[in-house]
Design a binder for this molecule. Structure first.
Ligand SMILES: [Fe+2]
Length: 552
């Protein structure tokens, strides 16, 4: 367990001009080691930040995910003919050879085999090779005849008994193709190839289901959606996944490191629950069929070891990083009893569902790892927006997902854990009882803005929460059509911090992602920020950091 120390928060100005310290961060300088802002473009090239549409066999790239000590899922999609586009159901079966090697030139292949790509799976394949060595970097590729896929880089996790010194996770969410470019993913790719990132966590809104032009960026649509209508059918979801995976920046990030993913609502429909969704209307057909199709397409296209919850399978799962950390990835969309309701005490109103709660409780109480990381698609910390200037509260509530009149009246967001207080209380009680040394860290996405703070239960700190900003989806300055870091945003941040003292960092304008580094002594989050997501190739700079030392 982590040492008993007082909780420490810190911000560091790093990289000279690269630092973008927010004047409202309630943090203080510390001796946390500065992050070197090196030019990583030379490390492994700089992918062109626009979608590639020319047909070739491996035009959707490669990916890996859900690493274990002896295996990691390897993924690709093959396009056997120009007509065999995602969602078409067209194209012959293709027998692929997969290879995994210790070197990029494949002179030391350690495992290989064959896998059949078929139209039934949208010509996507998942390979679970096993027999690999723990804590080892591997390179992998697929071959169709004499044509080779791009080469991917991946890494197995440490043995369960070993004690790795540290773990570095890139944490990302909310990538809207129409509201900007994916510079965050390019940066993840460069840093992963440079050995600065072990695993990429994607916490949802990997894609958006909207029709074109519904949710543009500050100045408009960067790249129009395919198909242009709101995606509803299995074919629609597959087409949208295929479009995303032609983005070379996203391809580069997938190819550079293993990903561990969970969905939020937009992979399915806005504010999705079991009985329905805010974003699903009667004329769009049967909700259960849409949900199953969306989940099926996601599982086909992601490098994930999971089965479809809409068909009795499950996405929630744990991954172990030796004795240092255990990561629990939650699925907060497959068991939601219905829309959230602020201050409801109804114990039946659930986000996790009983089975997932029991599973997580067992994991938390039996894990011997120093840190418990909980990947949650939506924020667990309460958020109170009361008394905020209505002209700012409305767009802020909209970007944090609170888009109903009732929510605006209270200023709270019922799609987050705030809307399921009984579920939250049950989980925090469980953590307080089984992990009293404040060694639980929630890693969160969804709200297109940077947040960090301590998580308390009945006045006692039991952990921390770190929230990544959006890869590109709009946030406060975009919604208000103001420059990044305007006086309006800064005032809103001050208001949020003053009324929500458990938060110690917030930035409502930044886009990018979060790097979380943990060791036996503590956890440090550092936000990476894209200068201008609407400009292809825009620089990514090191932003604020926030540290948490755990300890009761
Ligand atoms: Fe989002």
């Amino acid at each position: 367990m982590v040492s008993r120390r007082h909780v420490l928060a810190s911000a560091v100005a790093v990289g000279g001009a690269a630092a973008l310290p927010s004047s409202v961060d309630k943090v203080r300088a510390s001796s946390v080691q500065a992050y070197t802002d090196v030019d990583l473009s030379a490390v492994h090239g700089d992918p062109p930040p626009y979608p590639e549409s020319t047909h070739h066999l491996f035009m959707h790239g490669v990916a890996s995910g859900d690493p274990l000590p002896t295996s990691v899922i390897l993924w690709t999609r093959v396009s056997p003919s120009p007509e065999a586009v995602p969602g078409s159901g067209l194209g012959d079966d293709v027998l692929l050879t997969w290879q995994i090697a210790l070197d990029e030139r494949f002179s030391r292949v350690v495992r290989e085999g064959e896998v059949l790509a078929t139209a039934a799976d949208d010509h996507t394949v998942h390979v679970d090779p096993f027999g690999l060595t723990p804590e080892t970097t591997y390179f992998y590729r697929f071959l169709a005849g004499s044509t080779a896929s791009p080469t991917g880089r991946t890494r197995t996790t440490p043995d369960a008994d070993s004690s790795p010194e540290s773990l570095r996770l890139a944490v990302a969410s909310c990538a809207n193709l129409e509201s900007g470019y994916f510079g965050a993913y390019s940066d993840i790719a460069r840093r992963a190839w440079a050995g600065e990132i072990d695993v990429v966590l994607h916490l949802g809104d990997y894609l958006y289901e909207y029709a074109s032009s519904v949710n543009p960026g500050k100045t408009g649509v960067s790249r129009p959606f395919e198909p242009p209508w709101e995606i509803v059918t299995a074919a629609d979801y597959r087409v949208r996944h295929g479009q995303y995976r032609r983005d070379t920046e996203l391809q580069a990030a997938h190819a550079a490191a293993p990903w561990v993913v969970t969905w939020d609502d937009h992979e399915i429909a806005n504010d999705a629950t079991v009985p329905g969704a805010q974003g699903h209307d009667l004329f769009e057909g049967d909700w259960a069929a849409r949900r199953a199709a969306a989940m099926g397409a996601y599982l086909d296209w992601m490098p994930v070891r999971a089965t479809n919850p809409a068909e009795g399978g499950r996405l929630y799962r744990s991954l172990r990083f030796g004795t240092l950390a255990e990561l629990h990835m939650l699925d907060l969309r497959s068991y939601r009893s219905g829309p959230g309701l602020i201050r409801s005490t109804d114990p039946e109103r659930t986000m996790m569902g009983q089975e997932q709660f029991t599973w997580l409780s067992q994991k938390l109480s039996t894990s011997a790892a120093t840190w418990s990381l909980i990947g949650t698609s939506v924020m667990i910390s309460p958020l109170e927006l009361l008394d905020l200037d209505p002209a700012v509260r409305a767009p802020l509530a909209a970007i944090t997902g609170a888009d109903s009149g009732a929510e605006l009246a209270t200023g709270l967001n019922a799609d987050q854990w705030d809307g399921y207080p009984a579920d939250r209380e049950r989980l925090l009680t469980q953590i307080a009882e089984t992990r009293p040394d404040a060694s639980t860290v929630f890693l969160t996405g969804d709200i297109h803005s940077e947040w960090a703070g301590k998580v308390s239960h009945r006045g006692r700190v039991i952990g921390a929460e770190l929230v990544c900003s959006s890869v590109s989806a709009p946030n406060l300055d975009d919604a208000l059509h103001l420059p990044t870091g305007s006086a309006v945003s800064r005032a809103a941040e001050r208001h949020v911090l003053a009324n929500n003292p458990h938060f110690e960092h917030v930035n409502l304008d930044a886009h990018g992602y979060l790097i979380v580094r943990l060791d036996a002594e503590g956890v440090e989050g550092r936000w990476l920020r894209v200068d201008d997501v609407e400009r292809a190739g825009s620089p990514v700079r090191v932003g604020n950091s926030w540290a948490f030392a755990g300890g009761a």
